[in-house]
Design a protein around this ligand. Structure first.
Ligand code: PBG
Length: 337
């Protein structure tokens, strides 16, 4: 790129730009903003429930009545968007509670939309929390049946939209799910509701703590027949490309940290906003190491989130959203830059 003049004297001294913080601030390439964040929230059946998830310190399961306080706190911190995960007490073979008018997400949507209408509410659209077997769809002959699952996905998204969801986020990695959902929403009069597709979602070990939180572990087998092979990158291009052709408005890469190369590739290849999911295991690792005194929690969090931004994410779904918002609002983040 550069040809240096024949001299021992370093004309370029990169350290000049690093010497003082005001100049570091001026030349910094990547920043964290409250507007980047989506905060995931778990809701279960019951009343007055607020239980901490053991493997995710600081993250709770709420019942529809207690979640309001949390949502108000999130709003007051300046976070603009949340994504809801429902954990029903009734589960069956197909996950029918997920499209019930009285379902956990449907009831919660109504409460939040009434009391905190300014927050943008996204719903995760999947079946693993709703099925008795914990797989992400209808199981036929020991595997998830793609097209039967699409039929149920349509019912679930339309129900979420009817109860006030601002955006839906299908996470089941079924083929054709975005097209099916787009058509279902359009036919039901919701062509203004965007789809944020979990497009490149890998069969990752980093979902471990989430599955405890959401009671969504498969009771047999694993998810490798529908989630992506952890070794693949070109396949992510294909998945994202297909989802955009099918109508995805925002595409997601998940997990984030072990897949920064995929985030970068997607950002460089496609003209749509890119979301990255800083998943439960990525959160728990930092929390656990900090608890042991092995890592500085705040500095590590800032570095992790900046790395995801630097790779190209426009949006970060993260359990750290409240923590980082507090750091940004108080100005304490300046101590780490
Ligand atoms: C599926 C879903 C999962 C996560 C989000 N949506 C789990 C899975 O695929 O098993 C994981 C999120 C996380 O680990 O934080 N509904």
């Amino acid at each position: 790129m550069f040809v240096f003049p024949d001299s021992d004297f370093p004309i370029q001294r990169p350290r000049r730009l690093r010497k003082r913080k005001p100049l570091r601030d001026l030349v910094r390439e990547t920043h964290l903003h409250l507007e980047d964040l989506i905060y995931p929230i778990f809701i279960q059946d019951g009343e007055k429930v607020k239980v901490e998830i053991p493997s995710m310190p600081g993250i709770y399961r709420f019942s529809p009545d207690t979640v309001l306080d949390e949502v108000k706190q999130v709003r007051d911190l300046g976070i603009k968007a949340i994504i809801l995960f429902g954990i029903p007490s009734y589960k069956d073979e197909v996950g029918s509670e997920s499209w019930s008018d009285k379902g956990i997400i449907q009831r919660t949507l109504e409460i939040i939309k009434k009391e905190v209408p300014e927050i943008f509410v996204i719903t995760d659209v999947c079946f693993c929390e709703y099925t008795s077997h914990g797989h992400c769809g209808v199981v036929v002959n020991g595997d998830v049946d793609n097209d039967a699952t699409l039929e149920n996905l349509k019912k679930q998204v339309v129900s979420h939209a009817e109860h006030g969801a601002d955006m839906v986020a299908p996470s089941g990695m079924m083929d054709g799910m975005v097209k099916a959902i787009r058509e279902a929403l359009d036919n039901a009069g919701f062509n203004h509701i965007p789809i944020m597709a979990y497009s490149a979602k890998y069969a990752s070990a980093f979902y471990g703590p989430f599955r405890d939180a959401a009671e969504s572990s498969p009771s047999f087998g694993d998810r490798r027949s529908y989630q992506m092979d952890i070794a693949n990158s070109r396949e992510a291009f294909k998945e994202v490309y297909l989802d955009i052709l099918e109508g995805a408005d925002i595409v997601m890469v998940k997990p984030a940290l072990a897949y920064l190369d995929i985030i970068k590739m997607v950002k460089d290849s496609f003209p749509v906003p890119v979301a990255a999911y800083n998943v439960s295991g990525e959160y728990s690792m930092v929390k656990a190491a900090a608890k042991m005194g092995w890592l500085d929690e705040k500095r590590t969090m800032v570095e992790v989130l900046l790395s995801i931004k630097r790779a190209g994410a426009d949006i970060i779904l993260t359990y750290f959203a409240k923590d980082i918002a507090k750091l940004i609002n108080s100005g304490e983040i300046e101590n780490f830059l």
